[in-house]
Design a protein. Sequence first.
Length: 186
Amino acid sequence: MLTIFEKIVIGVLVGIVILNIAFQIYIRLPDDEMREENILTVFYDDKKWGYALSELQDIDEYSGIGSMMTQFTIKGPYNFTGVRFSELFQGLDIDEGAMGVWIIAADGYNKTFTSDELQGNISVFDESGNNSGIPVELLLVYSQNGDVLNSDDGPLRLAYVGQSNCVTLSSYWIKQVKEIIFFNER
């Protein structure tokens, strides 16, 4: 037989266990707004920003047309939508004057872009492969031909686009962009 004291101790312990289970269930319930995971991390000096897709889509949206020139062929044209790098600079309050970026993809591939390349000062070609004077913008792309990028290319990629079709070297078209590191070129 249990004494009154032992019954009270058991009752308190059962109550604590029930409260603990209820608390564990409560903290695992989804928030009213489901939080998206960050798909992009941006670094500058000692600052770090994380972006979910919806946050990037809230930045001034830009659309343009672009094609890429590989060693053997021209692929495209594609209609891209995304964020211009000039908008990223403004949103982070970074002076884009003498700024370069280091782009890192999910598979570890990386490429450095100079401030001139960020401003669209690269070789641009027409569909025949001849040099053209079409102005281009570097775009952090999240949508291609009206659809969200597939996992092979996205969720983010880089592409140069213009208001009419422009062809740029495929080496600038980075797939699966995960990190952008801004640095001073001086």
